[in-house]
Design a protein around this ligand. Sequence first.
Ligand code: ATP
Length: 214
Amino acid sequence: MASCKRIGLLGGTFDPVHIGHLRGALEVVEFMGLDELRLIPSARPPHRETPQVGAQDRLAMVEQAVAGLPPLRVDDRELQRDKPSYSIDTLESLRGELAADDQLFLILGWDAFCGLPAWHRWDELLCHCHILVLQRPDADSEASEPLRDLLAARNIADPLALKGPAGQISFIWQTPLAVSATQIRSLLANGRSVRFLVPDAVLAYINAHGLYRG
Ligand code: ATP
């Protein structure tokens, strides 16, 4: 019998994708021994402002960023749906395509994790996946009581000890990179360079399409 697959999921607006996302994704793949990690651009994120740049450009930048890095893939299913991008819908749709014992790891930066109780059907997420929380040096959010309760019940100290297809939470170390898409948009709007904050291919795309200029 084939062994179960280990698949990471990193959703985001990727407006634009940057080294914080990409280095984090790669480190999670290597540390966790994942078979693949899917970057999933959201169409209409329910809990934040509409992205500055359209879905097709954000998707194209993520595709450019991961080209030639086989474990990192782009999954555009949220862009195919004509409704807000709820993670629970994405997880249900992915689960419909996978073997029951395949392991799914939803990767969230600390700030995104702190916002979890506002997500649609958030209490069902762990039925479909484990959650890996990435430290984020520029984040100053605090976990609310429902999250602290969830952590008390589901937290596992060692991410490599997460068992089964879903249901547990662990924290994962990554090289701290205090980079955000907000900072990158602001630099570009002010005519400043974002070289080395995004892959060169993404910078070339931004320049070629005149994105984020003030
Ligand atoms: P914005 O500044 O527009 O809010 P962002 O840089 O936070 O964007 P998103 O696309 O919203 O990027 O992030 C997608 C996911 O990646 C979230 O879970 C977020 O916490 C995580 N993330 C983003 N930047 C970093 C970083 N520098 N280090 C660790 N995690 C990050």
